[in-house]
Write a protein that binds this ligand. Structure first.
Ligand code: URA
Length: 272
């Protein structure tokens, strides 16, 4: 089916994802459209991640209309309340959408206890706070979307929307037709989970390796590697080349760029 992802319809009918779920667990109804919880106000404005905001709020450096508020779940109005952190007034930042070509050996997180390089080390010259939409393993390279638009982030990673992600991989064996069909139908992983049907093509092979393209509509942890392991093989190289309609194209490895308006519009559409 073509057209836009039914993001809003989905939200309305499930109402059970991410912060929406947390709000319900807190047992409060959202009293208005521009009203959000205090921790969310910071992430929505692109000022801090939700966790950073929680730390700031509970440490007592956040004021709402001049008064210290230490409760992250308190409701605030983005248009009527004056919110300050360490004396800095929260203002809605412009939304920014980037694509990054993550190399292997770089972690998809903010700060690494092992002092490894993170994707943030690659965002030189960027002033806005952004977060990665989904993750790529340390040993996977390829397309990573980074943005400060939390709604887009939630939408692109919502399992119910089944946004397709395309991977190219090199494996250490030559899969048979039956094995390719197993991947297509859905395969039982060592953990006992079964994968959803996927699109699978063998692109080429040499005497030792095969090169495959897999399109998945879900994102279990290390899913591609575990699917290949379920066939008794091993992934030697894994690159994500596409998310929905957005392709990595000729972006150099380790570089990032801002998405064009057209790319952003295309990302919002179901792939044709
Ligand atoms: N599947 C994997 O095994 N690893 C990734 O990073 C992404 C998909």
């Amino acid at each position: 089916m073509r057209g836009r992802w039914p993001f809003h319809a989905l939200r309305a009918c499930t109402g059970m994802r991410g912060h929406l779920k947390k709000r319900q667990q807190r047992g409060k109804a959202n009293p208005g459209k521009d009203r959000v919880t205090l921790d969310r106000a910071f992430s929505k404005a692109g000022m801090f991640s939700r966790t950073e905001a929680l730390n700031k709020i509970t440490s007592g450096v956040v004021k709402v209309n001049g008064k210290v508020v230490r409760e992250p779940a308190s409701w605030v109005s983005l248009s009527n309340d004056s919110i300050q952190c360490d004396g800095q007034t929260l203002r809605a930042q412009r939304k920014i959408y980037l694509m990054l070509y993550k190399p292997t050996g770089v972690v998809t997180s903010h700060g690494d206890p092992g002092q490894r390089k993170t994707v943030y080390d690659l965002l030189t010259g960027l002033e806005e706070w952004v977060f990665p939409v989904g993750r790529l393993d340390l040993d996977t390279s390829g397309l990573l979307i980074m943005t400060n638009d939390t709604a887009l982030g939630e939408q692109m990673t919502n399992p119910l929307l089944k946004v397709p992600k395309t991977y190219q991989l090199k494996v250490n064996f030559h899969p048979t037709q039956e094995q390719l069909d197993q991947l297509r139908r859905g395969i039982k992983l060592a953990s006992g989970e079964t994968t959803l049907p996927a699109s699978v093509k063998e692109l080429r092979r040499n005497d030792k390796y095969s090169f495959l393209e897999l399109v998945l509509v879900e994102g279990k942890n290390r899913q591609v590697r575990r699917m290949i392991e379920a066939l008794g093989g091993r992934v030697m190289k894994l690159v994500r080349t596409r998310i929905g309609n957005l392709a990595l194209g000729n972006l150099p490895i380790g570089h990032y760029r801002v998405l064009s308006r057209q790319e952003l519009a295309d990302l919002m559409k179901r792939p044709s």
